[in-house]
Design a protein around this ligand. Structure first.
Ligand SMILES: C[S@@+](CC[C@H](N)C(=O)[O-])C[C@H]1O[C@@H](n2cnc3c(N)ncnc32)[C@H](O)[C@@H]1O
Length: 242
């Protein structure tokens, strides 16, 4: 997946982006791989969790890319950087944490921070339609969102319409649900490992995480309702009229 992001950001092009923003960088794993693949780019990772950022910082400090990496603790809906600071941005499984059904605040902050012509790559899970879900699927979905500590899952058409209304052009959507099938197969293994660690090493229970993983697995066959997508778009060069 990280290779896919690098390709989409144009790492093989003559002029790859210089200043890249990762929105919701977690423990910094993607940042590290992209710093490797994009040797002339600087990457700034933004994340809400100070705990995750501390681990990301340690990993980056131990790499040979520390000079080209920055970390910032912030809510990605109000990032303390000036407008037009970045010429590209990407986000993996983090846009889903934005407020609201269309993730409007997440999108407006990305639009503010990107220079005109800057590319945004979003990889995430989405609903495939805006109709109501069958009762029991909806109940599982709600439990799953709670376990992941998310408020709502955007539907892909609503999300792309929001991108366009906030001045993004060249909006392209690719459904890669089938490509992530191998990852889903690993969920039972991860759950068993977590349970074993809990039993053998008396590790702290990670009940909520285990629940989130299992509910995600349970929902994954319902491809008519849910999907995993790559969305790419470009901030328009034309100013939006208010
Ligand atoms: C599922 S994790 C994905 C992390 C990383 N992109 C990855 O692929 O490993 C979602 C991340 O979004 C971060 N996050 C959630 N809400 C956020 C917000 N409002 N502002 C900044 N980061 C946020 C979480 O702390 C978490 O690291």
């Amino acid at each position: 997946m990280n290779q896919e992001v690098a390709n989409l950001l144009g790492h093989k092009q003559e002029n790859p982006p210089k200043e890249i923003l990762e929105i919701g960088c977690g423990y910094g794993a993607t940042m590290l791989q992209l710093l490797e693949l994009l040797p002339t780019s600087t990457i700034t990772g933004v994340n809400l969790s100070a705990e995750q950022l501390t681990i990301a910082e340690q990993k980056i400090a131990a790499s040979r890319h520390a000079q080209r990496a920055h970390l910032q603790q912030a809510n990605f809906q109000a990032i303390p950087f000036q407008a037009d600071s970045f010429d590209a941005a990407y986000t993996l499984e983090s846009a889903c944490y934005g407020d609201g059904e269309t993730k409007a605040k997440f999108i407006s902050e990305a639009a503010r921070l990107l220079q005109p012509g800057g590319k945004l790559v979003v990889i995430d899970g989405f609903k495939k339609h805006s109709h109501s879900l069958p009762g029991w699927i909806d109940r599982i979905q709600r439990r799953c969102l709670t376990a992941w500590e998310m408020t709502s899952l955007a539907n892909i058409d609503g999300f792309t319409a929001e991108l366009k209304s906030q001045g993004f052009t060249k909006v392209a959507v690719k459904d890669i649900s089938w490509n992530i099938l191998p990852t889903l197969i690993f969920i039972p293994i991860v759950v068993l490992k977590l349970l074993a660690a809990q039993l053998v090493q008396k590790e702290e229970t990670r009940r909520q995480y285990i629940q989130a993983l299992l509910l995600t697995l349970l929902l994954s066959p319902f491809k008519r309702h849910f999907g995993y997508f790559v969305v790419t778009c470009t901030k328009s060069n034309v100013e939006l009229e208010n």
